[in-house]
Design a protein around this ligand. Sequence first.
Ligand code: FES
Length: 95
Amino acid sequence: MKDNLRDDELVCRCEEVTVGDIRKAIQAGARDVTEVKLRTRAGMGLCQGRTCELLVQQIICRELGISADKAGFSTPRTPQRPVTFGTLGGDGFDK
Ligand code: FES
């Protein structure tokens, strides 16, 4: 990772989270990958953090001066899709 990251550089392209968004989350109290994820949605996109999670972890380590094991990893979740009431009720109007 390069040394001088600009705030407008994109880290999580699925959720359009920038370096600046991650820095703001850290300034607001986030101390690990999961806490940054909860505040910014980085890692909650379609790839579920496969592309961005390591970058998020490295930014946290750099900003806080902590090791990677302290920054940790997020808990994996299965992707969720919106479900209509029609689907839940089985009325056939969702097609
Ligand atoms: S790039 Fe962050 S969730 Fe896909």
